[in-house]
Design a protein around this ligand. Sequence first.
Ligand code: PAF
Length: 279
Amino acid sequence: MKIVHTIAELRAHLAAFQRPVFVPTMGNLHDGHLALVRQAKPLGDVLVVSIFVNRLQFLPHEDFDTYPRTLEADCQALQAVGCDVVFAPSERELYPEPQVFKVTPPAGLADILEGHFRPGFFTGVCTVVMKLFACVQPRVALFGQKDYQQLMVLRHMVQQFALPIDVIGAPTLRGADGLALSSRNNYLNPAERQEAVHLSQTLTAMAQALRGGATDIVAIEQQAMAALTARGWQPDYMTVRRRADLQWPAAAELATPATLVVLGAAKLGTTRLIDNLEV
Ligand code: PAF
């Protein structure tokens, strides 16, 4: 496995390949990332994983400075799952001068849900992913479905810019109790780690209600928010949306629950967790 830190080295190495497959990450890899990498492996002739903590997608009060940087352990884990190239640029390499050109996704997609609570987040994500795409020039790119809205926004970006890249969403990996794997789970203390399962359990209850024919979305959402609040969480949203565009479904669409997704974001102590479940 080759580890490269500059765009020039990356390009020189990839010149020999026809079909790079790409998994962008911010490092601090867990089994969910590694499953993504295993899924990616057969989809191209060279498998590239990037590790870059992208300042542009953090708000000033968020955890950019403390976000765990674990390059050595990440590289060991990546080698074991068949990664060919790790692209780990420094901030100066990827942003040698302030990134003043940005990719701004449309408000309807990017100012709702995560974008509402983390203004500018999707501009940061789209900008870095566009730049990483320019560096790697992949034919296929994989993103986890745990970041459901991110995957949707990036699919739209690729389609709107006619980028010749197949975007593939990979299923969320969960712990034995159902908690979605996330780098931010490391911030939870033991008691919070036990409690954390209630985010996915609440989403499961919402999905079950919809499958069972419930039609009062407002009530489903309010009950979910109240259930988590009663357990000491601070939920940002627990919501029922259309899979296609993450807008609220019209009444008629509730008859086909398989077009729906439930999504949630909530803080437990100081840790903000997100999760979702296709109904
Ligand atoms: O999902 C992530 O880890 C990041 O948002 C991504 C896609 C690597 C962009 O920094």
